[in-house]
Write a protein of this length. Structure first.
Length: 206
């Protein structure tokens, strides 16, 4: 057998780089057509490789989807954690910075955002990296609330309050992505109005 016909031995860097390229392509295709409409053959064609090549890196399409979503959750968590750490001022400024980082991430990464929160993936428990990334992302949305409770600025269950604020942010974002908001105002304006009402509810006079 000729040496140039032997299979190439991939380094760990080669594997990581191709996985990233495959996830980039999958993120676009999944977001544009929906996971059910995308095949491994289409993913391979997008990268200009043979139909069997993706199987060298992932078991199947579900594993690719899990990797894409895990990467999105980790990027989301990175953005919110960075906002939390770098925010100037006190607790309220930190909370505002986290909320702004959330909205900015969604509009700068719409494909990833839709796949993270608008997909009901089968057997998520089979993908521990996805589960860990999802938990990390959710934790970024309650960390500042726990700080406020510890400081006596807020009372209640931080997980419940966090989900209330999350719903107030996520809903308008998805409505804008769906083209269902009037041209006169967008998601950020609606989020601002909802945040004002919720702040009065949770931080106003008892």
């Amino acid at each position: 057998m000729r040496a140039d016909s032997l299979p190439r031995v991939l380094s760990s860097q080669d594997i990581e780089e191709f996985r990233d390229r495959l996830c980039d392509a999958a993120e676009r295709l999944f977001a544009e057509h929906g996971p059910d409409a995308v095949t491994m053959r289409e993913l391979a064609a997008e990268l200009g490789v043979s139909p069997m090549t993706p199987y060298r890196y992932f078991k199947d399409k579900e594993a690719i989807l899990a990797a894409v979503r895990a990467r999105g959750f980790n990027r989301h968590a990175d953005a919110l954690e960075r906002a939390y750490e770098e925010a100037p001022g006190g607790l309220f400024e930190r909370a505002a910075a986290v909320a702004q980082a959330y909205v900015r991430f969604a509009f700068e990464n719409p494909e990833a955002y839709k796949l993270m929160f608008d997909i009901a993936q089968q057997k998520e428990g089979d993908y521990p990296e996805l589960m860990e990334a999802g938990e990390r992302s959710r934790a970024t949305m309650t960390r500042h609330l726990k700080d406020m409770i510890a400081a006596g600025e807020l009372k209640g269950d931080p997980n419940l309050i966090g989900h209330v604020y999350w719903a107030a942010i996520h809903g308008p974002i998805m409505l804008q992505f769906s083209g269902m908001l009037p041209a006169a105002f967008g998601a950020e304006r609606i989020i601002g109005e909802l945040a004002g009402a919720l702040n009065a509810r949770f931080f106003g006079p008892p």
